[in-house]
Design a protein around this ligand. Structure first.
Ligand SMILES: Nc1ncnc2c1ncn2[C@@H]1O[C@H](COP(=O)(O)OP(=O)(O)OP(=O)(O)O)[C@@H](O)[C@H]1O
Length: 665
């Protein structure tokens, strides 16, 4: 396309977006009786809160081979945006509407998919539409696939050189025609995501064969760009395989695994927003609210902005960390808890829930009335602690009798971190707090770190279906579950023979050299991961006698090299580095000792636990030999090394783990 025409088209697209955004703002200011919150579960007040309209950002545009009458009233193109709007006769469809599969591709099918000639992907920077990228799906795309809207300046007809996108997989069976506002049926091609069908029956287990990438050049430049502090929407570059998982029916269960940086969190967040979108047919939405469960408050902060940009103002979606769920139930503040998450496997074993059930039955027989939940919880816990009574013990198993005898009194137990799953499990059996009523779908991210008894607690909260995301190689405790089959068993996920597990195979985050370095910690058979960022500096290993000063020196050098990006130091004992940081004049954020600032720069100093699910352009990992292994594997260290997007530095004084002992500088 001639540069003049391109500039004119870009300004036309910007004008369209401005008009759309203004319309969305006007819509937000109007009372919208039909768009009110569907539930009042999490408004806290019991009153519905008004749903705010979307921000009005355009994701992309689709040009058909010619005019289309059934859905587009004779137009030959349409936009994909936050939500539906008709812009001077050109349709903008929500990214969550069935027709959006014509833009995102994959194997789902809408009747308009057959007529797509060109797909346009928009690039935004700092909230402004800065670029677009066209891809043709046909060999002879129209000379001007997209009609000019605002300005009608005639341009000389020229043959555009639009890169050709590989055609998407044809559906295995042709699906019936659908309208843009009704859900598109999914197809079961050989590369389809393993998902349960719409009646809830799962398909066989499968690994995802690699589907072609779309908007690859936009994707690549986005991945190489500095990381923001929090996750942002990737709708414009969402890939066909990701789109399929995002849009899988909400009344079916899904398990998705993938190595670090394969987009699990991104898919989880987009899926949560999809499942509450009004553009999705109610028969495909869960019958209740959606809970997105992550591992930590840091994770919640990492994804919350993304959720509110994709599902603005929705009261049907909530992001919580597992410890927050437990705290909601036990009414204990996380800050007041002491000790590790578990001392023995019994602390987090589901048998405790069964024993608690028996203790509760016994408590009910006493007929005692309780003024509040805390008093009821104390009674059940104390019955459990003394194993019922000698005449009627809760268990005769020697191991469990011994365990119950070792439990502390209720006052101490309340603030013991390892006993929170047990106390929370008791509460779920007595009565769920109102804030946790009506959940119809739970999405669990970093699921490899959820303990069996925590699964049991989550199971009692959820009256509907599940989407589970995780990476068993990143397990950090011997007491978590070692297979997805076990997780499915705990949750009662229906299956024919095996759990349907979808495996993601593309690495979006770390460069190939970083992934190759970290993957040395894995068994050879599990090292297969295609890094989309193929080039990047090799990880640097620095032996040193003064760990904290060296870690800071390396972190400052990384900040120099990534002035727009993010840098973190990950240390099993971060207090020592924090002391050094303080000595160098850095200041911690109020209430968050992970964030340190000096001269307008931000440095994250954190332990491996709080780093889960996060990412940074540069990462310094301190003393890898000090990271505790679990069951002979290096889950915590593996997670820490793979937080790096562009550069990884390892500083150490003690011996390195054997697998990492090479390439010193
Ligand atoms: N389609 C996409 N377009 C642009 N960026 C993407 C896309 N998919 C994933 N990413 C980016 O890749 C990075 C890694 O994704 P994400 O955090 O979801 O991976 P993950 O599998 O959850 O990793 P981990 O298990 O290590 O926490 C993020 O910065 C995310 O924005």
């Amino acid at each position: 396309m001639a540069p003049d025409n391109r500039a004119a088209e870009l300004s036309d697209e910007r004008a369209a977006e401005k008009q759309y955004a203004e319309a969305m703002h006007r819509r937000a200011d109007r009372p919208q009786p039909t768009q009110g919150a569907r539930s009042t579960y999490w408004t806290g007040t019991g009153q519905p809160i008004a749903r705010r309209a979307a921000f009005g950002e355009l994701v992309g545009r689709v040009a058909l081979r010619g005019p289309e009458h059934e859905h587009l009233d004779g137009a030959s193109d349409f936009y994909i945006g936050d939500c539906h709007y008709n812009l001077d006769g050109v349709e903008i469809f929500s990214w969550a509407a069935p027709v959006a599969c014509a833009f995102f591709r994959g194997s789902t099918h809408h009747t308009l998919c057959d007529d797509v000639a060109v797909i346009r992907t928009f690039v935004h920077s700092g909230g402004t539409l800065t670029e677009f990228h066209d891809e043709a799906l046909v060999d002879d795309p129209p000379s001007r696939p997209f009609a000019r809207r605002a300005l009608n300046i005639p341009t000389a007809p020229i043959r555009p050189t639009i890169p050709r996108l590989p055609t998407k997989q044809p559906p295995a069976q042709q699906q019936p025609r659908t309208t843009p506002q009704t859900p598109a049926p999914t197809s079961a091609g050989s590369t389809a995501v393993a998902r349960a069908n719409q009646t809830g029956a799962p398909r066989a287990s499968t690994s995802r064969a690699k589907t072609p990438l779309r908007a690859e050049s936009v994707l690549q430049s986005r991945l190489a760009a500095p990381r923001a502090e929090r996750l942002t929407s990737v709708l414009s570059t969402l890939q066909p395989d990701q789109y399929e998982i995002v849009t899988a029916p909400g009344r079916a269960d899904l398990v998705v695994e993938g190595q670090p940086g394969t987009g699990k969190t991104i898919i989880a967040a987009h899926r949560a927003a999809y499942l509450v979108s009004p553009a999705v047919d109610t028969s495909l939405r869960p019958t209740g609210s959606v809970l997105l469960v992550g591992p930590s408050r840091e994770y919640s902060r990492h994804v919350e902005g993304l959720i509110s940009s994709l599902a603005p103002g929705s009261s049907d979606i909530r992001v919580v960390a597992v410890p927050e769920v437990l705290g909601l139930l036990t009414q204990v503040n996380e800050r007041d808890l002491r000790g590790p998450t578990s001392y023995t496997w019994q602390d987090v074993d589901t048998e405790l829930a069964a024993l608690a059930g028996r203790a509760l039955a016994k408590a009910k027989r006493t007929g005692r009335r309780h003024p509040n939940m805390r008093s009821a919880l104390e009674q059940v816990y104390e019955i459990l602690r003394v194993n019922g009574s000698s005449a009627e013990p809760l268990t005769n198993d020697a191991e469990w009798r011994h365990y119950l005898r070792s439990l502390p009194r209720f006052g101490e137990a309340r603030v013991d971190r390892s006993l929170q799953p047990l106390l929370a499990s008791i509460v779920t059996q007595i009565k769920l707090p109102q804030q946790l009523w009506g959940i119809g779908h739970v999405i669990v991210d970093e699921a490899q770190d959820v303990h069996p008894l925590e699964w049991e607690v989550l199971r009692r909260l959820n009256s509907g279906t599940w989407t589970i995301f995780g990476d068993l190689n990143q397990r950090r405790s011997d007491h978590t579950v070692a297979s997805w089959q076990r997780v499915a068993d705990y949750l009662g996920i229906r299956m024919d023979s095996k759990v349907p597990v979808t495996t993601l195979q593309r690495g979006y985050r770390s460069t190939r050299p970083i992934i190759q370095f970290a993957n040395r910690l894995l068994p050879r058979t599990e090292r297969e991961l295609e890094s989309l960022q193929r080039e990047g500096p090799d990880p640097v290993v620095v032996p040193t006698k003064s760990l904290s000063p060296e870690a800071m020196r390396q972190a400052i050098a990384l900040l120099d090299r990534h002035p727009q990006g993010t840098v973190a130091i990950i240390d099993v004992e971060p207090e020592k580095v924090r002391a050094e940081t303080l000595r160098l004049g850095w200041v911690a954020d109020r209430g968050d000792r992970n964030k340190w600032r000096k001269g307008g720069r931000l440095l994250t100093i954190t332990n491996p636990d709080a780093a889960r699910g996060l990412e940074f352009d540069g990462v310094v990992v301190v003393e890898p030999g000090a990271f505790p292994p679990n069951l002979g594997r290096q889950g915590q260290l593996y997670t820490a090394l793979t937080r790096a997007n562009r550069e990884l530095v390892v500083v150490h004084n003690d011996a390195l783990p054997d697998e990492l002992r090479v390439r010193r500088r």
